[in-house]
Ligand binder design. Structure first.
Ligand code: SF4
Length: 368
């Protein structure tokens, strides 16, 4: 097989691990390997790349600039919603070629009553999975985000907005496992001890049921990484309609792939259920969820009330409908966590991300 062509321009520091940067710098620059750890830490922890400040001659600093760049994103706007649960905030971030990736900071109450924050990251601009309830699906897949652009969401909001999320979840725009190579590289970078130092337990990959991606993730051997599935329907008839990925991987096959996922002893699979009145909120649905989950070991069902977007499938559930469904799931012996709807008014809630203005734009179009 022919070697991959070298990158056209400078390489994004945010897409490399410390080891990869040291290797690349050793090849490209005099004393590159020695300075690489310092450059790496400044880029990832402080969003800074200033080779002119290094103790090297100006010509070498210029060589660093030719070889590497720092791919921070531009904050286009932020919107916030204050609620009982705390402040939920969405950041719209622009890539160098004019696309937008959105990420959402979500407050999470801890067991001891404190508040942690989770940052929900995008892995693609748009998404091709076509889930009927999802705003992002209406964009189609515009393009994949690079590993550097996935990491840049964390670094950019940290530097520009002071957001310091404790947990990261790959559940924003896009199906993360449909961009597996970039996702896996981003995870390596985010967990690098010389950089952002996230532990695997603090990261969650969420999938709509991408079987090949789940198998590829399993092959990475990251046993402490969390995985969650957006299930939303537990019969093939309904799931085929709501989530077209089910036509490729029906529930029985998905169940087999998940059962084979190597689990650490205390692994808990997250199963997300977006509760849609009249569509998936019957007693029978609760029984079908339990049947689907039975062979999967420990499972936690995250119940998320539906957020009607610009083309609603149904209304949002009433409080008593949510409470009733939670009770049915518990009757079935399932552990359930009820998610309080956060960010609905700022289009930052689950299934509400995406910029309609970018729907018809393609990656080959000139920047906006
Ligand atoms: S719910 Fe997730 S996988 Fe489905 S279309 Fe939306 S972004 Fe894609």
């Amino acid at each position: 097989m022919a070697d991959a062509p070298p990158p056209a321009g400078p390489v994004d520091l945010l897409g490399l691990t410390a080891g990869q940067l040291a290797e690349a710098a050793a090849l490209a620059l005099p004393s590159g390997a020695g300075l690489a750890p310092k450059v790496f830490t400044a880029a990832h922890r402080h969003g800074r790349f200033a080779p002119e400040e290094l103790p090297i001659p100006p010509a070498n600093a210029a060589a660093w600039r030719r070889a590497f760049t720092l791919g921070l994103l531009t904050v286009v706007r932020t919107v916030e919603e204050d609620s009982e649960a705390g402040l939920t905030a969405k950041a719209v971030l622009r890539t160098a070629d004019g696309f937008e990736a959105e990420c959402v900071l979500i407050p999470m109450r801890t067991r001891d009553g404190a508040t942690d924050h989770t940052l929900c990251l995008s892995s693609q601009v748009g998404c091709r999975m076509g889930c009927a309830f999802c705003e992002t699906a209406r964009m189609g897949l515009v393009r994949q985000l690079t590993a550097g652009e996935i990491v840049a969401q964390v670094v950019t909001v940290g530097q520009a907005l002071g957001w310091r999320p404790r947990n990261l979840v790959f559940m924003g725009m896009g199906e993360a496992l449909d961009n597996a190579a970039n996702l896996f590289q981003a995870i390596r970078v985010l967990t690098d001890q010389r950089g952002l130092q996230y532990s695997f337990e603090r990261l969650t990959v969420c999938t709509a049921g991408h079987a090949a991606g789940i198998a590829a993730l399993a092959a990475q051997g990251w046993k402490r990484l969390n995985l969650s599935l957006s299930l939303n329907a537990a019969s093939d008839t309904v799931r085929d309609r709501l989530m077209p990925v089910n036509r490729r991987t029906p529930l029985a096959e998905l169940q087999r792939v998940l059962a084979a996922y190597p689990q650490r002893r205390n692994f808990i699979l997250g199963v997300n259920w977006c509760l849609m009145p009249g569509i998936n909120d019957a007693r029978e649905d609760a029984a079908q969820i339990a049947a689907f989950c039975r062979p999967l070991g420990r499972v936690l069902v995250n119940l998320i009330p539906y957020n009607p977007g610009s083309a609603p499938l149904t209304r949002a559930p009433e409080e008593d409908e949510v409470v009733r469904f939670v009770a049915w799931l518990r009757e079935e012996g399932l552990a359930v966590r009820r998610r309080i709807t956060k960010g609905r008014s700022i289009m930052a809630a689950c299934g509400q991300l995406g910029n309609p203005a970018l729907r018809r734009r393609r990656a080959s179009d000139p920047p906006a």
